[in-house]
Design a protein around this ligand. Structure first.
Ligand code: NAD
Length: 263
């Protein structure tokens, strides 16, 4: 299937590793040019080089902290100066801290809101006008299974992913007449560095092994295994493609069957 991404320019947030990186790799292999951001300059530049080598796509890295609106504006300005336009926006962030309501402060909530919700709003605000003007655009937000089925001890993620979902559904309706689609992808347990670190940290806390923690997660997943980042990135590539032109306002999970609800 030709996804029609050859002449498109994509901005992928938080893409030096994990899910964002996998999406960037997939889009590069489909022929898109890329602007990618993450906080650490060195890791980001290494990611850009690796993506370029694997695909020969043009990859432009801009270091930016997603919780800082001014930094995002600078990143977008630099990206636009390089490529002239951005057709595809993939929003993504690092996960917020775990915790229950009574263990989290007002500052925790404010910081998580800046990172998980405001970064999506800021990036959309910066890139939507150009998409509308050209009559073509794709916005995909990487959220979480927590948006559909709250995960214990993750109240920040459960709450703020739901806010992004409400925003995206409403925006999808507002911009549909302009050829711009807005969708969310909900990753389930997927093997990334962060998930490996989480298994390690939980194992140390409970006096068990990381394998025990992974086995516990796998027992909750009908497919009985964690997902691979490429399985996730394949859906992202489709949703931002020419071929997904009639899909908007949707939230689609890549979770091995973890979510138990009908819709
Ligand atoms: P990861 O830690 O492997 O990668 C996160 C990326 O975000 C890195 O490139 C990092 O540099 C970047 N980043 C973090 N904070 C940033 C900031 N303030 N500014 C700019 N860049 C920043 O994480 P991942 O596993 O790929 O997860 C990505 C998102 O998906 C997270 O929000 C996570 O909560 C969510 N998620 C992941 C899983 C999973 O199993 N991997 C499941 C559900 C939800």
């Amino acid at each position: 299937m030709d996804l029609g991404l050859q002449n498109k320019v994509a901005f992928v947030a938080a893409a030096s590793r994990g899910l964002g990186r996998a999406v960037a790799e997939e889009l590069a292999q489909e022929g898109a040019s890329l602007i990618v951001c993450a906080r650490g300059e060195k890791e980001l530049q290494q990611a850009c080089e690796a993506i370029h080598q694997n695909s020969s796509a043009e990859v432009f890295g801009v270091a930016a902290d997603l919780s800082q609106a001014a930094a995002l504006q600078r990143a977008i300005e630099q990206g636009l100066a390089r490529f002239g336009r951005v057709d595809i926006l993939v929003t993504n962030v690092g996960g917020p801290p775990a915790g229950r309501f009574e263990n989290l402060s007002r500052e925790n909530w404010e910081e998580a809101t800046r990172l998980l919700l405001s970064s999506v709003l800021d990036l959309t605000r910066l890139l939507l006008p150009g998409m509308k003007e050209r009559g073509w655009g794709r916005i995909v937000n990487i959220t979480s299974i927590a948006a559909k089925q709250p995960v214990q001890n993750l109240i920040l993620s459960n709450s703020l992913r739901a806010a992004v979902t409400g925003f995206a559904k409403t925006l999808a309706q507002e911009v549909a007449p302009y050829g711009v689609t807005v969708n969310n992808i909900l990753p389930g347990y997927t093997r990334t560095e962060r998930v490996e670190q989480l298994a390690q940290a939980m194992a140390e806390k409970e006096g068990v092994t990381p394998d025990d923690i992974r086995a516990r997660w796998e027992a909750e997943i009908p497919m009985q295994r964690l997902g691979e980042v490429r399985e996730f990135a394949a859906l992202a590539a489709f949703l931002v493609s020419e071929r997904a032109s009639y899909i908007t306002g949707s939230s689609i999970a890549v979770d091995g069957g973890w979510i138990r609800s009908l819709f």
